[in-house]
Ligand binder design. Structure first.
Ligand SMILES: C[S@@+](CC[C@H](N)C(=O)[O-])C[C@H]1O[C@@H](n2cnc3c(N)ncnc32)[C@H](O)[C@@H]1O
Length: 344
């Protein structure tokens, strides 16, 4: 895994293993911890050790995907889950119900590493191939329902390729659901400009796009796509299948976002359903004061040398508000502070 995008699989694995060791992250993933210990790779030197914010973000993302899989398996216990660009994700071991069939699609080098560490079984296997090459769809047993996941990978592809992938799924896997995540546009732009860097030198590779309403409309217009919706960073497309549509529950009312005005200068991003994150520079005293006074944001971490702006490295303070905190606030209950703020 020497290429930049392949290395991101080690990056996400490492953060999931950190999250799994942190009880506040709520991610039970002993297999990730096991893999990090088994791999001869300098995780701490490459990615650092002071990564609480990233680990939390990765845990939220993993939990969101787990929830999608569990909801799918409740309806299709023997269904097939396809993980595009699966890397060293250990989700199968987090959600296995004993009957699911699991198919990962990975590029040759990463597929070989995965198979070495996590050998194929009768229900869980890795296919070598490019996710943009629709031949993988021919390997999918669609008899009991199909859920396609693309966790942490489509942002590295050109948008036209992503749209073509959605079209291919719509044509070749009728009735399937595709779930993927995208960064906010500001974050994608930051990776292109090289803003984000770990003290040891690692930089996430450029992410070429973020979801926008116009792109969502493009997905909805793809032939065969029945519906496409974005819940914060998670996008779900439902491939056309009239019978599936008839039995779908009515859409949930949109979740209300916190009415707290985002302080000027704070970068705001959202993760699906569970948490809302805000990053602010330590020098932005007014924004920090507003976040501290909001009564709902909790300071999570100081992300050291997080952004490279105008030739200077800046730390960022990361705040979050969880959905439960927000509900509690609306019901005039005390907000549950879930972590200890770090010192400036
Ligand atoms: C950020 S990692 C995500 C891995 C995993 N989904 C996770 O969340 O931990 C991106 C993965 O996508 C894989 N990948 C990149 N381009 C791909 C392609 N064209 N076809 C299949 N896999 C690809 C990389 O090898 C890498 O393992």
């Amino acid at each position: 895994m020497t290429d930049a995008v392949g290395e991101t699989a080690l990056w996400t694995l490492y953060h999931r293993s950190l999250a799994a060791r942190d009880p506040e992250c709520g991610l039970a993933d002993p297999k990730a911890v096991e893999l990090v210990e088994a791999l001869d790779y300098p995780f701490a030197q490459r990615f650092g050790t002071d990564n609480r914010g990233w680990a939390r973000g990765m845990a939220v993302r993993a939990r969101c995907y787990d929830r999608e899989v569990r909801a799918f398996l409740a309806r299709h216990p023997r269904g097939t889950v396809v993980c595009l660009g699966e890397g060293l994700e250990t989700q199968f071991w987090r959600v296995d119900n004993g009957t699911v069939r699991w198919l990962g699609v990975e590029l040759p080098e990463s597929a070989a590493l995965r198979r070495r560490l996590l050998p194929d079984t009768d229900r869980c296997r890795t296919l070598t191939g490019c996710l943009l090459d629709e031949r993988w769809t021919g390997e999918v047993d669609a008899s009991d329902g199909v859920l396609v996941l693309a966790q942490g990978v489509l942002m590295y592809m050109a948008w036209d390729c992503v749209r073509a992938l959605v079209e291919a799924c719509a044509v070749r896997l009728p009735g399937a659901q595709l779930v993927f995540d995208t960064p906010p546009a500001w974050f994608a732009a930051g990776t292109v400009r090289g803003w984000f860097r770990y003290p040891a030198g690692y930089r996430p590779p450029p992410m070429s796009w973020g979801m926008t309403p116009a792109r969502l409309r493009e997905l909805r217009a793809c032939p065969g796509v029945a519906a496409a919706c974005a819940r914060a960073a998670l996008v779900r497309t439902l491939v056309r299948d009239p019978s599936a549509l008839r039995t779908r529950p009515p859409p949930r009312p949109a979740r209300r976002r916190p009415a707290t005005p985002h302080p000027r200068g704070a970068l705001m991003t959202t993760l699906p359903d569970e948490a809302e994150y805000s990053c602010v520079m330590p020098t932005n005293i007014a924004a920090i004061r507003a976040l501290d006074k909001s009564g709902v944001f909790v300071r999570e971490a100081r992300l050291r040398h997080f952004a490279h702006i105008d030739g200077i490295w800046h730390d960022m303070l990361q705040y979050s508000v969880l959905e439960d905190d927000w509900r509690a606030l609306r019901q005039n209950m005390p907000v549950r502070a879930t972590c200890t703020p770090t010192a400036n």
